[in-house]
Design a protein around this ligand. Sequence first.
Ligand code: ZN
Length: 283
Amino acid sequence: MAGKRRSGRGRKRPIYRKIYIMADFEGIAGFLEWDDYDETSPKRHRLRTFLSNEVNAAATACFESGVEEVLVWDSHGPFGNCNNIYLELLHPDVQVIQGNKGLPSFYPMLDGGFDAGMYIGMHAMEGTPHAVVPHTKVVLNGHELGEGGMFLAMCSYLRVPVVFISGDAAAVDEVLALAPGIEHVKTKWAFGPYAARTRTPAKSRELIYDGVRKALSRRVKAPTWDIRPPYVFRVGDQEIRGDDLWDLYNNRVLSGVKWSDQSVEPQRSQVWALRKNRPVRYN
Ligand SMILES: [Zn+2]
């Protein structure tokens, strides 16, 4: 199928030419329990396919919108080798950072040279009741941030606007509360950490494709989140402060902090959510 020419003669150069896509696993459609990190497991293989297709939907939409470079960071997993995205399922022009997770930054190669950032497969922060396996939380300048919020903060520090996010509905809401107006797709709505109403992978990638196309069709570059120095992290009872957010997060917060237990007790929180029959807003 011939692609439409987006940047031919007489057309303005697209304002988004270089895109960084952060990809995590827990927020994709169909993901409903912790990863077992088992390379031989058919369950993991199936989810890797879903993730690859969601990432590919975003990347394909980028290229078809005139983007010239797409760099994907396959971020999910503990230190050591843990690759999630199948390269063979991606648009041929995408480049992907994979391999050993012991890289010097939580956002490898992200810098101010990117025109926009995107996040696929985002999960909600630790303690969120209606979210699939919610985990990780830092407090930065008084804002509670999960991994999506922290990506937004880092991109904003680098003056890179986040133009598209997708994931668990609770995770998307977390980021929209900080920066309303970001184009987004909600992939599932959780009852508790291990049960959700989920979209099908097919619908999810269709919506992601459309959402990215819409985000990149704007003629004015999106704003960044207005967060300013000094940056003050509070993690547990520790306070870490400075003006260089990159250095602070990568070199001091991530390495210097004792993270709380990230597991979520299954039965208790889920039964709590279901027993109380709390209304879950589906939107
Ligand atoms: Zn993850």
